[in-house]
Design a protein around this ligand. Sequence first.
Ligand code: ATP
Length: 199
Amino acid sequence: MLDKLYLRGFKSFAEPVTVDFSDSRITTIVGPNGSGKSNIVDAIRWVMGEQSPSALRGSRMSDVIFSGTDERQARSEAEVRIVLNNEFGRLDIDEDQVTLSRLVDQEGRSDYYINGEASRLRDFQELLDDTGLNQEPYSVVGQNRVEAILGSSPEKLRGMFEEAAGISRHRRRKEEAERRLERTEQDLTRVEDLINELK
Ligand code: ATP
């Protein structure tokens, strides 16, 4: 499903780099320690909407911006783009390829784009819901994650199965509807109180 990854100013990738995953079923990235292999995994996680700097091994969101070396100046923003193959229509968008982009500035503010159109984080989450690629993706399994998944609580495991089975979107919508219903009921009670006072 992942066709291409483009990075610019993201972590150790000061210059624009494109990684093409589309030619083979398995892509292996090799390199010495500290050469940026995990940064590629971080980029995939980040572009899909990761909000926690610590999940990206930083303390602030702007830490993902290339911070400079002796030879290269620091960058003022970072950008990651991911091209997803949608030939089988897993993403609810009528295109064979979907490009998600995220940019971050030095204040840590992010901008999101779907196929070049300015979007919200929520649009990303809705699009990726039930594809297994959303907020806590099990499709991106970093070091130590396998053990963490195996040791997860039954609730957490159930959440992962629900995501894979494509029902978590409906569960989230149901919860949202229940919250709205509760708010409406409270409003109604308040209106009834007011009517009683006016009687
Ligand atoms: P290992 O095999 O040891 O896990 P790795 O290839 O996975 O290594 P990464 O953890 O991806 O390596 O990359 C770490 C490198 O990225 C470090 O050299 C670090 O200085 C650099 N790096 C991380 N964040 C930034 C940043 N914001 N600006 C510049 N360089 C950065």
